[in-house]
Design a protein. Structure first.
Length: 249
């Protein structure tokens, strides 16, 4: 039988104290599990990484969580960074406090020479996020649930960004994003009633939507895009063996 790659969820939230039994319910899915604070990211990485090698934990500071912004320390972030292949969730949020822009700038500066994937939040501040990225570009940037204008999308494409998309996103937005820049996500458990995801890794709804729009076998393209992202960012050697193996199939 021909090889079928596993589902790829490029942005989901999983409780850092998740049990091994709960992780088994994710099946073969490859999940990029973003975190909301440095403390959460460190805890998850230390306690869960060995439990499931196709789950990649991120080091994050969510811009909409004031406590995470207050606790952020760039020296600690730089010290922790070599232990992570994923940085997320980071970015800007319309509800974020005044510290969020400086925190995002410090993060972008810290990752400038690091082989990582960045999952970037931009709710209500798409143009502002692109302004910051333009000043501090990185080859591993993935715009999570990006709902910018047509001009914003075109600008992000020109800046070589990737996009992680879910089934809650509008049809006309998905149409404008080139298929070779798309990754699938659930953003679980956010808006599960709209994304149709029953668990992290459940990307069937967005895969179907992409196939209707672009007329392709979505998962094959998604893994090709992920391989491109990994190559551009140089992150391959930091990935767990299971994910590296899936990229080689």
């Amino acid at each position: 039988m021909p090889y079928e790659p596993p589902p790829l969820d490029a942005h989901a939230h999983i409780a850092p104290d998740v049990t091994p039994e709960q992780l088994l319910t994710l099946g073969p899915s490859v999940v990029l599990a973003v975190t909301r604070s440095l403390n959460e990211g460190v805890y998850a990485h230390r306690t869960q990484t060995a439990a499931r090698s196709n789950l990649l934990w991120g080091l994050g500071t969510h811009p909409g969580v004031e406590k995470s912004l207050t606790q952020f320390d760039v020296a600690s972030f730089r010290e922790l960074l070599p232990n992570f292949a994923l940085v997320g969730e980071v970015g800007l949020d319309r509800r974020g406090g005044p510290a969020q822009t400086e925190v995002f700038r410090q993060i972008l500066s810290a990752v400038a020479d690091q082989p990582v994937i960045l999952s970037v939040h931009s709710a209500g501040m798409c143009s502002a996020v692109l302004d910051e990225i333009e000043c501090s570009p990185h080859p591993g940037l993935v715009l999570h649930w990006f709902n910018g204008t047509t001009a914003d999308i075109q600008r992000a494409v020109q800046m070589q960004c990737f996009f992680s998309v879910n089934a809650s996103m509008k049809h006309d937005v998905l149409e404008q994003i080139p298929m070779d820049r798309i990754l699938t996500e659930t953003d679980f458990p956010s808006s599960t009633s709209r994304t149709g995801a029953r668990r992290p890794g459940d990307v069937s709804a967005i895969e179907s939507k992409l196939e209707q729009i672009h007329g392709v076998v979505a998962r094959d393209h998604i893994w090709g895009n992920f391989a491109d992202l990994v190559a551009r960012s140089g992150v391959r050697d930091r990935l767990p063996p299971t994910i590296r193996a899936a990229l080689s199939m």
